[in-house]
Design a protein. Structure first.
Length: 499
């Protein structure tokens, strides 16, 4: 029987809750906005509080006999060709951890592209999974990483035949994509699952001119952030499952270890509504976004000092396999500015917020929520930036190492280094020591340093010069990076002996 995508079970149940005038003597304590602070109600509006009800014993009955969430998840799975879908209100940072835990356990190996998000590293620390890092395809000219190739995973499996599966990020925050069909085939020849961190790919299933998405490419688990490129609220994420390599009850059990017992119905409603919107109008909306992105890309290319990274920049031998044009990534090195400077100027002087920023680029993602008016506002702001650039102070240089110097050797498992005895040393004395913390330029959120990696001077210099130039490093214990948390002197050898 065909799925009825005109239905939205969560939204319909929420509407019924209000129509019946249910009176709750259970959380949340604001009691449908009545107890909320008036100043908060003025800023947020009462609709936020009216949509904030208990998932069970509110939206559904105490035994969830209405199957509200289950029906919404079934419709989402149908929309993206998955066999099972699970909603989470804790973001893809939770979803990817649940996926990892469903594939490997403590002291078991998992092949992971080293361009993975910091949430993957957090999953390693929590789980005790042993990472086998698969090197990304580094572009030494543009100084960015693309996902590893199928051949890279093939070689890693040959060296580690006991690995329980693989995890890859595609698309990257820059919009470059892997050949997921080929990577999945490498995994399935060994009867192990492929997990795809597709956080930036919620829109991919809904237009043929976009890259292939994980479920159609044969991946076993796919993690998607609906709030990034879709219409969901922040923290709205789903993970999809297909095939028989990972039992659905196992994935759900692992997710229950991490998820909230008080999920946000507001976020559920956003996920449900996005699925209906895309199932009914996705082709039209994504087609409009693609046309708008093409317009923006062409117009930015006409601005002196700016270049839009495109398929020719990102795809080819040794680079990415495919390309999503909606993340408009603009190289502004021709203006003599860093992306950090440009983003700060756009926010302060034109009230325009860029997304991705690095030492030479800014990112302006175009979605189905944009139109000609927002596009022209962006373009006007970028033209103003180009005119203002000659008068802006030159930013400190970010010393980006070549790929051969950017990767640090893994001396200890991430979990052991993170939880083991640690001390802080001056950054000038940290080279050669084993890191006991993550250090992550954000966005895009790919750690430059992971617990257990042996620090070297090129990476430390990159982080110090980046910080001086405006790089955001949200996770080191010393935000000024005067000191680094490292494995305590004398503890490294004892930790190795316990392995």
């Amino acid at each position: 029987m065909a799925a009825d995508h005109t239905r939205a079970p969560v939204l319909e149940a929420l509407d019924e809750y209000h129509r019946k005038g249910r009176l709750s003597f259970a959380p949340p304590g604001h009691k449908q906005a009545r107890g909320a602070d008036p100043a908060v109600r003025e800023v947020l509006g009462d609709a936020v509080f009216l949509g904030d009800v208990l998932a069970s014993g509110g939206l559904d009955d105490r035994l969830t006999r209405g199957r509200v969430l289950e029906r919404a998840e079934e419709l989402m799975a149908d929309a993206v060709h998955a066999e099972h879908t699970f909603f989470t209100t804790c973001g893809s940072s939770l979803s990817v951890k649940a996926a990892m835990l469903a594939v490997a356990g403590p002291h078991e190996k998992l092949l992971i592209g080293r361009d993975a998000h910091k949430s993957v590293a957090s999953g390693l620390i929590l789980s005790g999974i042993e990472p086998v890092w698969v090197e990304p395809r580094w572009d030494p000219r543009l100084h960015l990483a693309h996902a590893p190739s199928a051949q890279d995973f093939e070689r890693a499996f040959e060296a580690h035949p006991d690995a329980k599966g693989a995890l890859i990020v595609s698309p990257t925050p820059y919009g470059s994509c892997a050949d997921l069909v080929a990577v999945a085939e490498v995994c399935h020849r060994r009867s192990v699952p492929l997990v795809v961190d597709e956080a930036w790919g919620a829109h991919l299933p809904f237009h043929p001119d976009l890259p292939s998405w994980a479920m159609d490419a044969g991946a076993d688990i796919c993690v998607t952030s609906i709030h990034k490129m879709g219409s969901g609220l922040e923290q709205g994420s789903v993970f999809h499952l297909r095939g028989d390599l990972v039992p659905p009850e196992l994935l759900k059990m692992r997710a229950d270890l991490l998820g909230s017992t008080s999920p946000s119905v507001l976020i559920y409603a956003g996920l449900d509504g996005w699925r209906r919107q895309m199932a009914l109008r996705g082709h039209e909306l994504m087609g409009g976004a693609l046309d708008l992105a093409a317009h923006v890309r062409a117009a930015v290319e006409e601005i002196d000092g700016m270049h839009v990274n495109d398929r020719e920049d990102f795809c080819g031998p040794g680079l990415a396999d495919d390309f999503d044009p909606l993340p408009v990534v603009i190289d502004i090195s021709g203006l003599g500015l860093t992306g950090f400077q440009a983003a700060d100027w756009l926010r302060e002087h034109r009230s325009v917020d860029a997304h991705l920023t690095d030492h030479r680029r800014i990112g302006a993602q175009i979605t189905h929520g944009d139109d000609r008016e927002t596009a022209e506002e962006l373009l006007d702001a970028l033209r103003d930036l180009a005119r203002a650039a000659p008068e802006l102070p030159r930013a400190p240089r970010v010393d980006v190492p070549p790929p051969s110097e950017l990767r640090l050797p893994q001396a200890l498992p991430p979990r052991d280094a993170f939880f083991g005895p640690a001390e802080h040393v001056p950054v000038g004395e940290a080279a050669g020591r084993v890191a006991a913390e993550m250090i992550t330029p954000y966005p895009p959120g790919i750690p430059a340093v992971l617990p257990g990696e042996r620090l070297d001077e090129p990476v430390l210099r990159y982080l110090r010069t980046g910080l001086a130039a405006g790089m955001n490093l949200p996770d080191p214990t010393d935000p000024d990076l005067d000191t680094i948390r490292v494995v305590a002197s004398g503890s490294e050898s004892s930790l190795l002996r316990t392995e």
